[in-house]
Design a protein around this ligand. Sequence first.
Ligand SMILES: NC(=O)c1ccc[n+]([C@@H]2O[C@H](COP(=O)([O-])OP(=O)(O)OC[C@H]3O[C@@H](n4cnc5c(N)ncnc54)[C@H](OP(=O)(O)O)[C@@H]3O)[C@@H](O)[C@H]2O)c1
Length: 281
Amino acid sequence: MKGKVCLVTGANTGIGEVTARELAGRGAKVWMACRNQTKAAEAAARIRAVHPDAALELLPLDLADLGSVREAAAAFLASGERLDVLVNNAGLAGQRGVTAQGFELTFGVNHLGHFLFTEKLRDRLVESAPARVVIVASRAHERVRRVDLDDLRRPTRTISGFPEYQVSKLCNVLHAKALARRLEGIGVTTYALHPGVVASDVWRKVPWPARAVMKLFMVTNEEGAQTTLRCATDPALADETGLYYSDCAQKQAAALARDEALQEELWRRSEAWCAPGSTPH
Ligand SMILES: NC(=O)c1ccc[n+]([C@@H]2O[C@H](COP(=O)([O-])OP(=O)(O)OC[C@H]3O[C@@H](n4cnc5c(N)ncnc54)[C@H](OP(=O)(O)O)[C@@H]3O)[C@@H](O)[C@H]2O)c1
């Protein structure tokens, strides 16, 4: 990965931190896009403790605010850096609320913020081709039976927030497939993946001691980062695009995720929702 530039969202903890650390350890320059700069600096220090020569840059990014997304993308573009691998990793689960622009919180962070970020960085990816967009989704997407896209502009409806999480992860897979179509033949490939069930901070809202018991049955952050790393770096996957991976291997995504009409409808709406002036805030 020497000479390559990677950008990882949510790189301050969990799967994202391991991804950033491993990419830096393989010689890439890594931009760590995080919402909390203290946590980001602490994570960078942990990475440098393992890889003293790690080339790291911190980029403030709050995916729950499309204004912050635009600023982060502009700051990256202003650096003039190439972009070989974009890893859309950040995510939340089991939380309730709305984003700064009034979208359902989990959808807004996990999909819409990343959608706009990727669109803003798309030309740079194309200029840097061959390049990759790796989207950390989840097998939770398989549980969605139907999706009401109008629901995504309202506060979280359910108490647990998990049905909304499943929808957000379906949107991640739909996004990877629709983006792959738009980038076909120009050297930018996309990958959506399930990282495993990982004992990361994503379970922070599950009450203790249930959280402690659940984590006993989960894999480590190191194991959880392996499918992301394969999609980000393996030369054998260079010609694959728009596919879904789990356990470091290609897997069929759920039927709803393969629905081309739904992929295009989500794309159309995401584009409209991200257009400046389209939201009240
Ligand atoms: N853990 C699992 O079992 C599992 C299973 C399937 C899929 N995944 C997916 O894997 C990805 C990584 O999750 P993880 O398990 O490593 O969880 P994690 O340890 O909680 O890390 C999530 C990261 O996302 C960041 N984030 C949350 N909201 C954000 C926002 N508004 N703006 C910018 N960054 C934000 C967090 O920042 P803060 O630290 O500041 O909150 C953190 O850096 C997620 O997309 C998740 O859905 C995880």
